[in-house]
Design a protein around this ligand. Structure first.
Ligand SMILES: [Zn+2]
Length: 71
């Protein structure tokens, strides 16, 4: 009856605690609005594998003129 606590699972971005979401089988960080997938029962705690929860589309096409001179 030793349920493994998820307390040691922390967000790799903000090091906040992750909340397990059994519906999606994901670990949620509410600080960053990231959902980390669990693959083969192993949490994939990598930022670039995480899913953004924010409805804000992270602009698929970055056509913004974000030109900044690095001088
Ligand atoms: Zn986080």
């Amino acid at each position: 009856m030793n349920k493994k606590p998820l307390a040691f699972l922390v967000c790799p971005v903000c090091h906040g605690q992750l909340v397990y979401q059994c519906k999606q089988n994901e670990l949620i960080c509410h600080e960053d609005d990231l959902a980390f997938p669990i693959r083969h029962r192993i949490p994939v705690l990598m930022e670039h594998d995480a899913r953004r929860l924010t409805g804000v589309s992270v602009s698929a096409n970055k056509n913004k003129s974000s030109r900044q001179d690095h001088t």
